[in-house]
Write a protein of this length. Structure first.
Length: 72
């Protein structure tokens, strides 16, 4: 069974390097993946993720093209 840590992100380009660095040790644990959900960011988040994710094989991203906001 795989454990997935899902992290919603909106306009977090400046914070993504630190966030991924903090998730780096999770890659040492078996069957854990980190999914960063880009919730329609209008900053450079998609570009930053594309550049950084190859360094973190246990992390991936999913992009939601239009911000959906938070549910209640």
């Amino acid at each position: 069974m795989k454990l997935s840590l899902i992290i919603p992100c909106y306009n977090e380009a400046a914070n993504l390097p630190l966030l991924l660095d903090r998730c780096a040790t999770l890659g040492d644990l078996a069957d854990i993946e980190v999914i960063l959900v880009d919730n329609g960011s209008t900053d450079n988040s998609p570009v930053v993720l594309q550049a950084l994710l190859p360094k973190y094989p246990h992390c991936r991203t999913v992009r939601v093209p239009i911000n959906q906001g938070y549910t209640t």
